[in-house]
Ligand binder design. Structure first.
Ligand code: SAM
Length: 208
């Protein structure tokens, strides 16, 4: 699925058995700080952040083809050079391809709640994902999480409580690019805010 320089289709990566990949090398300035977003949807957060903060390199993951294409094309049309989009499952990339200790921040906003018990295994936050986040983050790296979904939040809190050796909790601060009264300013936040839904948010800090 070709969207020019901005998009990377995970199916075109070399087999993971050939070794790990450092995605910072996909950017013009690989030594800049590096942030990941899991489930970028239409790319609103990445577009706003990259316009506000031009130093970091941002890598967004989206496994829905329509949204991936939309986000990548939107970033291209806005001449954003410090964001790339990956088409595929972020957790697979982190587990099988991604080099360790490379990311400063992982963003996870309005992740799919998968409300049915038999689908809980599809939720992004799992014991194994928290261990992956710890592996991929640099020392003192951050994971920002925001959701509107009470049951998913309870699940997250339970998982975070199981991994206090990996992460400690910090109060969530609004993203630099968020608008007045917003936490992150994604499409889902704006839609749910109009409906008057309350949000849950936290930041995890990687422990050594
Ligand atoms: C509910 S939407 C939220 C989109 C955006 N973050 C927002 O707040 O507006 C969640 C998005 O995450 C994507 N997604 C979920 N799990 C994913 C995964 N493991 N890898 C890549 N994308 C994922 C879905 O396709 C969907 O577009």
């Amino acid at each position: 699925m070709d969207v020019g320089d901005i998009g990377i289709d995970m199916r075109t990566l070399p087999p993971s058995t050939e070794g790990r990949i450092d995605p910072r090398n996909w950017f013009a300035e690989p030594s800049n700080s590096f942030e990941l977003e899991i489930g970028s949807g239409k790319g609103t957060f990445l577009l706003q952040e990259a316009q506000k903060r031009t130093e970091p390199n941002y890598l967004g993951f989206e496994w829905t083809a329509e949204f991936y294409r939309y986000a990548a094309d939107r970033l291209r049309r806005n001449h954003i050079s410090n964001v790339k989009m990956v088409y595929g499952d972020a957790t697979e990339f982190l587990q099988f391809w991604c080099e360790e200790a490379i990311a400063d921040v992982i963003h996870l906003y309005f992740s799919d709640p998968w409300p049915k018990t038999r689908h809980h295994k599809r939720r992004v936050i799992q014991d194994r994902t928290l261990r992956m986040f710890h592996r991929v983050l640099k020392k003192s790296g951050l994971v920002h999480v925001v959701t509107d979904h009470d049951d998913l939040w309870e699940w997250c809190e339970e998982h975070f409580a199981q991994h206090t050796a990996l992460f400690r909790r910090l109060e969530f601060g609004a993203a630099p690019s968020a608008g007045a009264g917003e936490l992150v300013g994604t499409n889902f936040e704006r839609k749910y805010k109009r409906e008057g839904r309350p949000f849950h948010a936290t930041t995890l800090v990687r422990m050594d």
